[in-house]
Design a protein around this ligand. Structure first.
Ligand SMILES: [Zn+2]
Length: 87
């Protein structure tokens, strides 16, 4: 499976955002419904962990396959081989 870094970033951001939202909803719901709140918060955390693993697998330079630094903005070129990352 080949994903462009642009897609990795978009998917990662969406999943990360949903994970944070779910955790927040879980905390809010948990004030009234303890078990339901915990389940929602745990689902959100699973999403965040999955998101992290997704980044670890796909957040790589498409040319030299080096792991890129976790820097979401301002990175245009691979710091290792200088390739244009087209982000
Ligand atoms: Zn590179």
């Amino acid at each position: 499976m080949k994903l462009s870094l642009k897609k990795v970033k978009i998917i990662g951001n969406i999943v990360g955002f949903l994970g944070v939202i779910l955790v927040l909803i879980g905390v809010l719901v948990g004030e009234n419904y303890d078990l339901l709140g915990k389940i929602i918060a745990i689902l959100g955390m699973c999403g965040l962990i999955g998101d992290l693993i997704f980044y670890l697998i796909f957040w790589k330079c498409p040319y030299c396959y080096s792991f890129l630094p976790i820097k979401m903005f301002g990175m245009k070129y691979c710091p290792y081989c200088g390739t244009d990352l087209e982000i």
